[in-house]
Design a protein around this ligand. Structure first.
Ligand code: ADE
Length: 239
């Protein structure tokens, strides 16, 4: 079973939306486990403080390294060997590759930040990987943790069935997926591409490939550049 441990000040946010739909069914089927851990339980002072003012001054509060480390150590004792990820906009962008690796492993321990972030020494004192779910700022890491878990859980064996096996999915080939259509084939005067009704599987595959490439080039020039860079190797000896 895939183990998700979430260290947070808001344990009631879990499993939250992941108790519904596909992930919810998988949870009930014990394909994964969702253990929320209250960070405040690892405070040691009378006020149960988990944060303090930023050294050097400035706005907000910073989560304390000592409190975080005690929580991480507790989580590791409960489920040894899980990779520990901290959700922060300062992290490396989460990718489908990393999600696939995580989903293939025993589980994850996720640290959710609030306030201004984590005392940086946490990343020196413990093996914690900072990850971001995108270039925007959330009010805390909890939503990021839910996103990361959703992406992992759908890849667990038996969760998605046939729908997840597609090599066609967005990012599987380093490209966005091609566009989809369904009935009614005419809607508000709009039809669907003729090729999709042709029954010619080779033509359909070629059309889909071409659309995936065009849409990736237009919408995600960053992905397209990487894709082309990986595909087009310079001829040997060229310079
Ligand atoms: N916490 C706040 N913003 C975040 C982001 N973009 N990704 C992950 N965690 C966050």
């Amino acid at each position: 079973m895939f183990i998700a441990q979430i260290i947070t000040l808001y344990p009631d946010m879990f499993p939250g939306p992941l108790g519904q739909s596909l992930a919810g069914r998988a949870l009930r089927e014990e394909r994964w486990r969702c253990d929320a851990i209250q960070l405040r339980d690892f405070a040691t002072d009378r006020h149960r403080s988990v944060d303090d003012t930023p050294a050097g001054g400035g706005a907000g509060m910073v989560l304390r390294a000592d409190v975080l480390a005690r929580a991480v150590d507790h989580a590791a004792a409960m489920a040894p060997g899980l990779p520990v990820l901290a959700l922060t906009p300062r992290g490396a962008p989460l990718t489908q590759d990393r999600v696939r690796q995580l989903a293939a492993g025993p589980g994850v321990t996720l640290l959710c930040g609030r306030f201004e972030g984590f005392d940086e020494r946490l990343f020196e004192g413990r093996a914690v990987e900072p990850v971001s779910i995108g270039d925007y700022v959330l009010s805390g890491g909890e939503m990021g943790a839910l996103v990361l878990l959703d992406a992992c859980v759908r890849l667990l064996p038996g969760v998605m069935g046939a729908a997840s096996s597609g090599d066609d999915e967005s990012f599987e080939q380093g490209l966005l997926e091609y566009p989809h259509y369904t009935r009614p084939f005419e809607w508000e005067g709009r039809t669907i591409p003729e090729v999709l009704r042709s029954g010619d599987h080779a033509r359909i595959a070629a059309w889909r490939k071409s659309m995936a490439e065009t849409d990736t080039r237009l919408r995600r020039p960053d992905l397209w550049e990487r894709h082309e860079g990986a595909r087009v190797q310079p001829p040997s000896g060229a310079r």
